[in-house]
Design a protein around this ligand. Structure first.
Ligand code: NAP
Length: 354
């Protein structure tokens, strides 16, 4: 191609956009222009990308002129409207919203499982899976390759920042309100009395000193959108359309880092030693599994890490060919920005070689 590609971060002011700016800064030499875009509310704001200070532009059709690859970090409905606008201008869009993920003409890419899918993008759009699914994929892809994944049951413990800026700010506001109230949470309804209804947004209930077994919107038969995403997006990325999945997603009062308890069943026999050998060599996985010495994955230790952390690996006692394990990933890194950066790297190399 003979020139450096130009890249846009659309949604540069959000929690994911903030990590995107940091990651692009770290590979600044790979890119020509870096353009920052957000809503009209943020137009004119000055934001840093490494040593550079860039001015945020308001989202409109003109912001895509001259851009080769655009990372979209916008709410679903805004992506639904603007991704096709950018793609129609020849921009390769990597979209993190839920809107395009299950479109059969939009690849859902995770480098550790299906990097080749990034080359086939009939609509010029590549989707990034949701943060809960992406936290699982590097581990599942490696185990699937060696032992043949048949089914999994997942329970998540998801951080407030999975709900964006609003979620993170809500958690901190609630924690400030409950801090120092001795005995709070020990008498019926006292937490709701202290926090009041205005603190129900955006989780639907208080999150400080509590957990909320609802992530996303309600769907048919009592499932939530997040639970269905874990099932559908895992199947699509892993290329296992018949994978059996049961999932329950829960919000917990953690700032960053989604954790998941996984019960996985395989075609073939698998021991803990087998799993350790495979996962120690797997791309995108950090094996953190030395329980005798108190070493296991936790969200507080996952923040800012590139790898997904996996530990507490045990052979199931009552289920053949099955493992129990605990996976944690920074939802803003592998769960969002880092995966998008890795996909863009595949596309950049392809376009540069063309
Ligand atoms: N948070 C996570 O863990 C995570 C993980 C995976 C995927 N995702 C997905 O990534 C996307 C971004 O999430 P986030 O958590 O970063 O959300 P966020 O913190 O709420 O940020 C939203 C971004 O979208 C911009 N925006 C909102 N409405 C807009 C409009 N009408 N026109 C132009 N820009 C607009 C905001 O700009 P202003 O600041 O100007 O309002 C901000 O930059 C979402 O699709 C989300 O589902 C998030």
């Amino acid at each position: 191609m003979g020139r450096k590609l130009n890249v846009a971060i659309v949604g540069a002011t959000g929690v994911v956009g903030t990590i995107m700016r940091r990651l692009i800064a770290a590979e600044r030499g790979n890119w020509g222009e870096v353009r920052l875009v957000a809503s009209a509310r943020s137009a004119g704001k000055q934001l840093e990308v490494g040593d550079e200070v860039l001015t945020v532009r308001a989202l409109d059709a003109d912001v895509f002129e001259g851009i080769d690859i655009a990372h979209f970090d916008l709410p679903d409905e805004v992506s639904a409207e603007w991704v096709p606008v950018a793609a129609a201008k020849g921009v390769v869009v990597i979209d993190k919203s839920g809107h395009f993920r299950m479109d059969p003409d939009v690849p859902l890419v995770c480098r550790e499982a299906n990097p080749e899918a990034a080359r086939v993008r009939p609509k010029g759009i590549i989707a990034n899976a949701n943060c809960t699914t992406l936290a699982l994929i590097p581990t599942l892809a490696a185990l699937n390759e060696h032992f043949g994944l048949v089914s999994m049951s997942v329970a998540s413990y998801q951080a407030a920042s999975g709900s964006g800026k609003e979620g993170l700010e809500a958690l901190y506001a609630q924690l400030a309100k409950v801090a120092g109230v001795e005995g709070l949470g020990t008498a019926g309804s006292d937490l709701r009395m202290v926090l009041g209804e205005e603190f129900d947004a955006p989780f639907g209930a208080p999150l400080a000193l509590n957990i909320v077994p609802k992530v996303g919107g309600w769907k048919e038969d009592g499932w939530t959108s997040e639970e269905l995403k874990v099932r559908n997006e895992s199947r699509k990325i892993l290329g296992l359309p018949d994978l059996k999945v049961a999932s329950t997603c829960v919000r917990v009062p953690v700032a960053v880092g989604h954790s998941q308890v996984v019960h996985a069943t395989f075609d073939r026999e698998v021991t803990v030693a087998d799993a350790h050998r495979v996962l120690a060599a797997a791309e995108g996985v950090d094996l953190v599994d030395d329980p005798a010495n108190g070493v296991f994955p936790m969200p507080a230790d996952s923040v800012g890490k590139s790898g997904t952390q996996v530990g507490r690996i045990r052979q199931s006692i009552d289920f053949p060919n099955s493992l129990e394990f605990f996976v944690v990933a920074d939802n803003l890194m592998k769960g969002a920005a880092l995966n998008s950066i890795e996909t863009a790297d595949l596309v950049r190399r392809e376009l540069e070689a063309a």
